[in-house]
Design a protein around this ligand. Sequence first.
Ligand code: AVI
Length: 320
Amino acid sequence: MTPELDGHSTGAPAENSPFAADLHAALGRTPKAISPKYFYDEAGSRLFEQICELPEYYPTRTELALLQAHAADMATQFGPQVQLVEYGAGALRKVRLLLDAMPRDGVQFVPVDISGPHLLAACDGLATDYPGLAIQPLVADFTRPHTLPPCPGGTRRVGFFPGSSIGNFTPAEADAFLRLAAAELAGGGLLIGIDLVKDHGVLHAAYNDAAGVTAAFNLNVLDRARKELGTEFPADGFEHLAFYNPAYQRIEMHLCATRPLALQLGGEVYTFHEGETLHTEHSHKYTVTGFQALAQRAGFKPGQVWTDPNRWFAVLWLES
Ligand code: AVI
């Protein structure tokens, strides 16, 4: 059956934007899938902050507790003179725990993030709280080739990639990032946070919170399309779907059509049958040894590991 036209574009100015191009590609492929990077507009970033505070969402608080408890031990892996590179720097909250454990005059801090305004605002705050700290922000997509500031002689370059953000990469993307990092951190190392495979009920709850914040975060992709592209996706046309897929060791998030839909985007019509989904995110869970093997293939030598008593999350030191 051909559904009636449920959404139409009002011809908003951003129709030639990368988001419009990616949304066309996402809706045109089978199965339909879009990059999770489109979650993070202003509203999505605020919703993600709220997710981090949810009782069911354990990764943020577990990683913070690990950093709080072991920052001094982690910092001893780095050595006294360090160029500390934070990948996907964001709000610069977690790195403060490391900086507090490092000799102030031995550190050059290089936060790398694609969002210039956010990065610079976060650096202003850091500079106020850490006077004298050498901060050299770099606005760049850290998953693509980029040029870091030179590392002075006698200084080790150390990467920091917290938050289990690597879980949102496909296995091929994770491998490509680790290879790139191993090359640019040669002679130093990488401190990385990963979310571990665990009881499926715990995982399910973390992505299906009772307050519905994760659902709002997922559905925000459609709000963003409405705001930026003028596409009138019907509010009741999709619902949040998140489940653990053991075959891939990952949580999958989807937007699931509640009925047959026909959506118009910039002159194209895309149909959904009832129950068909737009795949919006995967969040891979690792075992420590599985991740170490991945890192080893990319050129790292596994070092110390810090985990919580439940073994829900791990911070790994990888020598390069
Ligand atoms: C950013 N990233 C590590 C989060 C995760 O858990 O995969 C994003 C997220 N998606 C839903 N809740 C949180």
